[in-house]
Design a protein around this ligand. Structure first.
Ligand code: UT7
Length: 306
């Protein structure tokens, strides 16, 4: 038995902040942000539940199924609307679902963790036949808009996938990791804003992602050359380039949205997946690699035969 992705949906809030907008309120420039991060603009003022509902509804539509067909909802978010209830409960009722729902918080690695959790439950005896897996984050709500070290990077968005038991779509391997010793280089306290040592996170991320991808490829029994499609966490194009260079994977295999979204945390990998689908890259049989990293530090890589 395998699990395919039957439909993908996305949602991005209307308001866009460009690099030029930022350079009017802080000491930065469009040239610097593009050169150092590969970001040109980001969406802001999104509410996690609202974006998740819109993306979830779009995924149900793309999959051409009704809410009653969904047997579990998982929401990957680090910016829940409230401490509790879990935002997934609000999304569940708004979408007209009658199933169980829970949030996953692994920050920017959230979608990889959520995918593995969903897959594991679906292949278990009496597990759900169809899961709605959503990544949604309102990073603008926890961004310090006077801090040029973080304000340039983050944005809001959501993307959702309908996962379904099927003959195709098998997960070949996964690698999930965390190192709480590095919690202090990227964190956000309650009722506070993101704190980040950018250069440290950059270096640790390149190392962690490279190792994680090496691990997952080894577990899957394949080489980097066998990978057809890479869906990387959309944090910084230079991190993606550095990892690809170390692994010998051509950048052409990556599908990216960060130029217009920035880092949307839990939504980042599924937004890249939606881009890959739009690019016509997601054909059955193709080897697809997803890899995320972020605060924790936590990271996760998944290899799927589409
Ligand atoms: O999901 C994980 C989320 N986080 C990340 O992935 C973040 C990873 N880190 C990064 O992406 C990069 O470290 C940044 C994009 C945040 C910064 O790029 P960098 O190449 O590491 O720059 P830096 O912090 O080493 O700063 C280089 C220079 C410094 O000036 P001096 O000391 O060389 O004179 C900074 O003060 O650039 C300056 N600078 C800026 N200049 C213009 C820092 N931020 C800015 C800015 N605009 N926004």
């Amino acid at each position: 038995m395998a699990i395919r992705i039957r439909g993908i949906g996305t949602a991005l809030p209307e308001r866009i902040v460009t690099n030029d907008d930022l350079s009017r309120v802080m000491d930065t420039s469009d040239e610097w942000i593009r050169a150092r991060a590969g970001i040109g603009s980001r969406h802001v003022d999104g509410i996690t539940s609202e974006m998740a509902i819109e993306a979830g509804a779009n995924a149900l539509k793309a999959a051409d199924i009704s809410p009653a067909d969904i047997e579990l909802l998982i929401l990957c978010t680090t910016t829940p609307d409230q401490t509790f209830p879990a935002t997934s409960a609000v999304v569940q009722s708004s979408l007209g679902l009658g199933c169980g729902a829970f949030d996953v918080n692994a920050v920017c690695a959230g979608f990889a963790y959520g995918y593995v959790a969903a897959y594991g439950m679906m292949v278990a005896p009496t597990g759900p036949d169809r899961v709605l897996l959503i990544g949604s984050d309102s990073m603008s709500s926890i961004t310090d808009w006077t801090d040029r070290g973080t304000a340039i990077l983050f944005g809001d968005g959501a993307a959702a996938v309908v996962m379904e038991r099927h003959v195709q779509g098998e997960m070949l391997a996964f690698d999930l990791g965390a190192d709480g010793n590095l919690a202090s280089i990227l964190y956000c306290d309650h009722d506070a804003k993101i704190q980040m040592e950018g250069r440290e996170v950059f270096k640790k991320a390149v190392r962690a992602v490279t190792r994680s991808v090496e691990n997952v490829l080894e577990k899957a029994g394949i080489g980097a050359d066998d990978v057809d499609v890479v869906l990387p966490h959309q944090a910084n194009i230079r991190i993606i380039e550095a990892v690809c260079q170390r692994l010998g994977i051509p950048m052409e295999k990556t599908h990216n949205v960060l130029e217009t979204t920035g880092n949307t945390s839990g939504a980042s990998i599924p937004l890249a997946m939606a881009r890959a689908e739009a690019d016509g890259a997601l054909a059955p049989g193709r080897i697809v690699l997803m890899s995320g990293f972020g605060a924790g530090m936590a990271w996760g890589s998944v290899v799927v035969r589409w």
